[in-house]
Write a protein that binds this ligand. Structure first.
Ligand code: ZN
Length: 184
């Protein structure tokens, strides 16, 4: 049985958050969905530890690479929030192994999101530097970065909205070939 922290416990744990990592815990725990539904979206102690590892291993280096503030659209999701957001039950947003964050450059433009996607991919794939990533997905205006402590696949995808026969939309995530991407 999953045991999330109480808010009081969270306040105590919060004091041990690293100070020089650009992101506050509230940014990583915030969820529009949780806010709308009145859910706490608080981690267990294990998920909290993984959040800190993710912060140091992925978020901080990506922020340094980018060199400017990044808005966190969605990072940690408890299972209920993840289900409401349409995430799979192996989503890295659950922080079961590594972690994931949806990052948006301040300008909020498609071009800036493409640039962020490009820089993180180039750094890991061409320069072979950290941070590596498991999945990097380009959405309009934001980039999803999934990361694991080991076995990162460095998979690139692009999120495309597809119209269904009934007129509604759904996302599709085709793979992106890096060499081909660089030529366009
Ligand atoms: Zn995501």
């Amino acid at each position: 049985m999953r045991q999330p922290m109480t808010f009081q416990q969270y306040l105590a744990y919060r004091k041990g958050w690293p100070v020089d990592c650009f992101f506050e815990p509230e940014e990583l725990l915030f969820s529009e969905t949780a806010l709308a539904k009145g859910l706490d979206n608080l981690p267990t102690t294990e998920e909290w530890e993984r959040l800190k590892v993710f912060l140091k291993s992925l978020l901080k280096p990506v922020r340094i690479l980018w060199g400017a503030p990044l808005l966190v659209n969605s990072c940690f999701r408890d299972p209920e929030v993840n289900e409401l957001d349409g995430g799979t039950d192996t989503s890295d947003h659950l922080f079961q192994i590594g972690g994931a964050a949806d990052l948006r450059p301040l300008s909020g433009t498609d071009a800036a999101a493409r640039d962020l996607f490009h820089r993180v991919a180039e750094n890991a794939l061409d320069a072979k530097r950290e941070p590596s990533f498991d999945q990097l997905i380009l959405y309009p205006e934001r980039v999803h970065v999934g990361w694991r402590p080991t076995g990162n696949r460095k998979e690139l995808r692009r999120a495309i909205k597809v119209r269904k026969p009934d007129g509604s939309f759904e996302w599709s995530w085709p793979l992106v070939d890096w060499e081909e991407w660089k030529r366009t």
